[in-house]
Design a protein around this ligand. Structure first.
Ligand SMILES: [Zn+2]
Length: 63
């Protein structure tokens, strides 16, 4: 079992860390006006990039 949790050393794990970090900070919202998917990073203003609407709904990642 422990062999399945083994992570390959430095090179690829560093890339993984960047990818995970970026996706973890990006939250996907759905525009309340045009239903466009709006990915926002932490600290970015809540605003639809498609139509400029400011009411966004947080999307559920669970199915
Ligand atoms: Zn919109």
């Amino acid at each position: 079992m422990s062999s399945q949790q083994y992570n390959p050393p430095t090179q690829s794990s560093a890339q993984d860390a960047v990818t995970i970090d970026a996706s973890a900070r990006t939250v996907h919202y759905k525009c309340g006006d045009c239903d466009q998917d709006v990915p926002l990073k932490r600290g970015e203003p809540i605003r639809c990039r498609n139509c400029g609407h400011r009411v966004l709904y947080k999307q559920r990642t669970n199915r």
